[in-house]
Design a binder for this molecule. Structure first.
Ligand code: SAH
Ligand code: F3S
Length: 481
């Protein structure tokens, strides 16, 4: 889910409206994936009932929370720098307490408290409901820790407050954890086993968002296609479910169908799909509903079968091509994006060429590309030597990025001189005279504001483009408006 949160939003301070009677001030920052940003909304909701209003000013805070990411070493280094900054401010304001949330909390546990003495409180991703107790502990001058991972927790009963929202698009989390054990990935260790959220609570949230004026939701999970609700319980225990539970279970295609029908004018997106778990009934459901966006983020990680195997990705490049062909048969104009890792252990120049040739074959519209970063405790770290030199990783990554640029332009140009439906999300970063939004295929579209406003669905005639942005002029409201 890395992909949804762009660089500029990293570390964004989140604020919400003041609540009557609240007197303490919370400063909460989020790093990493969309799930973290969504989790921070749950945390702010819990703390709003504990007397905390949010503030944008670190200096004013009674409590500073940082929701952290462990996916690559660089992400952890960024958080460490922030912790140093908070501690510098704490020297001036000693009553301030500091807490670390999320994946780094889970990975490093008490190390933050004992060795580094950088924080007062450590809270893992499944322990946010314990925050009131943990805060009582630190108020009494003790350190507080809860990093217990849960088999049930989905926060389905907590209505997230929407922090710094544009009031138009929102994330709705549907699963937590991941059971896939890709050998490079720390997520199964930091976020625990995979569990799904009750579809009723998901639908309630979707309906509530619609009534509050939201026009687009993104259903979130580490691996959305493996969503499975059979009355609660881990995905891996489904075999032990009763016959009735099995017969009435809801899978991801079923959930998409429920959401699309519940609010037929709400745009629906989802992220992320792992090719090994994605099934064609999901694509069929997309085809049946106009409001489900024709866009799939389908990370592949590598184009080499040998490396895919070493990564424990359960498919070959041929199976991946086959899946894309099937998707295109059902949804000919479906946009596909990817994640790729350069320099996984043992990757040779020939493996890298296979990645480039896979990209040539698919010609992705977008991509999120990373140099391999060894993560402590993962299978790759334990079994394989991180043997691709940094300079080689960097060069291969650059070749991947350069090729993606070429493909992005080709894909963006496919929408040129056409009419596209755009949901207006915000003012363009480059001009206060222009709106910025996206079409259903996830391309950014920029056009003069005229009388339109944020949240409108508008038909835009495209006349120009850059690599990844379409430029045009509105020709009227779309029928969805
Ligand atoms: N299934 C998740 C994946 C989370 S991680 C999702 O919902 O997106 C996002 C991406 O980070 C992965 O697809 C992978 O390309 C990249 N990534 C994960 N671990 C990495 C590592 N150790 N080094 C470099 N990139 C990594
Ligand atoms: Fe990570 Fe693979 Fe799951 S990338 S989040 S282990 S699907």
């Amino acid at each position: 889910m890395e992909k949804i949160i762009d660089e500029k939003k990293q570390g964004q301070t989140l604020v919400l409206d003041k609540k009557e009677g609240n007197s303490r001030k919370l400063f909460i920052e989020s790093y990493g994936c969309a799930m973290n940003f969504s989790d921070s909304e749950i945390v702010a909701s819990i703390l709003s009932n504990e007397g905390f209003d949010t503030t944008q000013h670190l200096e004013d805070a009674d409590l500073v929370l940082v929701n952290t990411c462990s996916i690559r070493d660089k992400a952890e280094q960024t958080v460490r720098k922030r912790l140093e900054k908070y501690n510098a401010v704490k020297k001036i304001n000693p009553k301030m307490k500091i807490g670390v949330l999320g994946c780094m909390a889970e990975r490093l546990k008490t190390k933050f408290l004992e060795e580094e003495k950088m924080v007062d409180m450590v809270v893992g991703p499944d322990a946010y409901k314990d925050l009131p107790n943990l805060i009582a502990e630190i108020d009494d001058g003790r350190n507080a820790v809860n990093v217990i991972l849960s088999k049930e927790e989905t926060y389905g009963d907590i209505s997230p407050v929407r922090l710094n929202s544009n009031g138009v698009t929102a994330f709705v989390s549907i699963t937590r954890g991941c059971d896939n054990m890709c050998t490079f990935c720390v997520v199964p260790f930091t976020r625990g086993r995979e569990r799904s959220r009750d579809p009723h609570s998901i639908l309630e949230e979707v309906n509530d968002l619609w009534f509050k004026g939201y026009k687009e939701i993104t259903l979130l999970g580490q691996n959305v296609d493996s969503y499975l609700w059979y009355g609660g319980g881990l995905k891996k225990d489904f075999d032990k479910a009763t016959e009735i539970q099995k017969a009435t279970a809801t899978n991801f295609a079923g959930l998409l169908d429920l959401c699309a029908k519940a609010q037929p004018k709400m745009r629906i997106r989802f992220s992320t799909s792992n090719p090994q778990d994605m099934t064609m009934d999901v694509v069929e459901t997309m085809a049946q509903h106009k409001n489900i966006c024709n866009y799939i983020h389908l990370p592949v990680q590598s184009g080499s079968n040998r490396i895919l195997k070493a990564m424990n990705r359960q498919h070959t490049r041929e199976e991946y091509f086959d899946m894309i062909a099937k998707i295109k048969r059902i949804l000919p104009d479906c946009t596909i994006s990817h994640d790729l890792i350069a320099g996984f252990p043992t990757e040779t120049e020939a493996d890298h060429q296979e990645t480039l040739s896979l990209m040539e074959h698919v010609k992705y519209s977008f991509g999120y590309m990373f140099a391999y970063s060894e993560r402590p405790g993962t299978m790759a770290e334990r079994k394989l030597e991180d043997d691709v030199p940094e300079a080689v990783k960097k060069r291969r990554l650059q070749e991947i990025v350069d090729l993606q640029q070429v493909h992005s332009r080709i894909r963006t140009e496919e929408f040129l001189n056409k009419t596209v439906e755009v949901l207006i999300e915000k003012e363009s970063k480059k001009s206060d005279q222009h709106w910025s939004g996206r079409n259903e295929h996830n391309s950014v579209v920029v056009f003069p504001k005229e009388h339109y406003k944020i949240g409108d669905f508008v038909n835009v005639r495209t006349t120009d483009c850059t690599t990844a942005t379409l430029i045009g002029e509105a020709i009227g409201y779309s029928e969805n408006n």
